[in-house]
Write a protein that binds this ligand. Structure first.
Ligand code: AMP
Ligand code: ZN
Length: 145
């Protein structure tokens, strides 16, 4: 049994436990980073805490401390691996804000000059392409798996 809260019906808890597949970049004791399956851009990554909390407002402060440094690690690895012109970090709290998966997560969205951003959560990416970009990002991340 995990020693942190989980929700058996939550898709991100199932990705964290390995019960459903995802293009995983890596994990620490506290977080998992994987490719968004319906990305806004190439390299669109999600970082989730392994612990299930619905959104930022409900995250205990001590959990946030072990969350944001790994988010920075992944953002830097994306920058080195695929060299976007910029990177947007966004995060939605509540249905009215556009949240669709109620397990706290940070989006990391690479952007290229002059390239329109697609909406997130709409068009499914090719799983093989997601695996390839995950492998490229992982190569720039010094986490142990
Ligand atoms: P939101 O709750 O609006 O912040 O976004 C949830 C994100 O999770 C969307 O961008 C979806 O594309 C993404 N997503 C949903 N299911 C999966 C999945 N099984 N694997 C990877 N990404 C997912
Ligand atoms: Zn969950």
């Amino acid at each position: 049994m995990a020693e942190y809260p989980t929700d058996p019906n939550c898709i991100f808890c199932k990705i964290a436990s390995g019960d459903i597949p995802a293009a995983v970049i890596g994990e620490t004791e506290h977080v998992v980073a994987f490719m968004d399956a319906f990305p806004s851009s190439r390299g669109h990554t999600l970082v989730i805490p392994k612990a299930h909390y619905p959104n930022l407002l409900e995250m205990p402060k001590e959990e946030l401390q072990s969350f944001m440094a790994p988010v920075q690690d992944v953002t830097r690895a994306i920058q080195t691996a695929i060299q976007p012109d910029g990177i947007v970090l966004n995060q939605f709290n509540g249905k009215a804000a556009g949240q669709t998966v109620f397990h706290y997560h940070q989006h990391i969205v690479p952007r290229w000059q002059g390239q329109d951003r697609r909406s997130h959560g709409k068009d499914q990416a090719d799983p093989e392409e997601l695996k390839a970009v995950a492998t490229a990002i992982r190569a720039e991340l010094d986490w142990e798996r």
